[in-house]
Design a protein around this ligand. Structure first.
Ligand SMILES: [Zn+2]
Length: 222
């Protein structure tokens, strides 16, 4: 039987307190633990070495956990992933399409349940890897905002070259899988736009004024 102490786990969360507490819990059970503060940080670490399991928060700045886990599933199908969030009490409440093998309700969940989920995933990892290889997970992206012309756009991250590019969104096809070519390489990026989420932007000018509609605009400013 494999020794769990040989298994490495990568914890991805923008909250340092969460990272540290999970590190303690997992280390006390003999796991080797890596920490990343966001999805980009985590992807860089995954290029260097592969953990058995990634545990990722879903609500993070810069790259959402939904998008990060989608990229992990496509690029590293051998890794099992656990999604965690304080925003949902159980995995059943999480918006459809989350690419994860298990869910941990941060703040509601018992760390023992997380350890059980980790042990179970490690035990069944080869079966999961085979399942993941067969799937073709779309990239899951939140709507980012509107451009200077008032047109909604999203930022896609190519799952092959890992470069990001903006894409205007003309129709709101909720949770329908769509495709577009990567601007940088020849890969096709499959994606789902999550209109229930919007990314908090640090830029104060993120909300461009809505385009003026004839007849609604007053001739003189008050
Ligand atoms: Zn690309």
């Amino acid at each position: 039987m494999a020794n769990p102490s040989k298994h490495k786990i990568l914890v991805v969360d923008d909250d340092e307190a969460v990272r540290d507490s999970l590190k303690l819990v997992l280390r006390s059970s003999g796991y080797e633990v890596g920490l990343a503060m966001n999805g980009f940080d985590a992807l860089l670490q995954l290029k260097r070495s592969l953990p058995a399991i990634v545990i990722s928060d879903l609500n993070m700045p810069q790259m959402s956990g939904f998008e990060f886990l989608s990229v992990v599933r496509r690029r590293f199908p051998e890794i099992s992933v656990i999604a965690m969030s304080g925003a949902y009490e159980s995995g059943d409440d999480v918006p459809g399409g989350v690419i994860a093998d298990a869910f941990y309700a941060k703040g509601h969940g018992d760390p023992q349940m997380l350890l059980q989920a980790v042990a179970e995933l490690i035990r069944t990892s080869s079966a999961h890897a085979a399942d993941h290889e067969r799937e073709s997970a779309p990239v899951w992206i939140p709507r980012n905002g509107k451009d200077s012309h008032g047109i909604p756009y999203v930022v896609l991250t190519c799952t092959d070259c890992l470069r990001s590019f903006p894409l205007s969104v003309m129709t709101e096809d909720l949770q329908k899988i769509q495709e577009t070519p990567c601007l940088f390489c020849s890969s096709t990026v499959r994606y789902i736009i999550d209109f229930s989420l919007s990314v908090a932007s640090p830029r104060p000018d993120a909300d461009a004024p809505a385009p003026a509609t004839p007849g609604t605009r007053k001739a003189t400013a008050s």
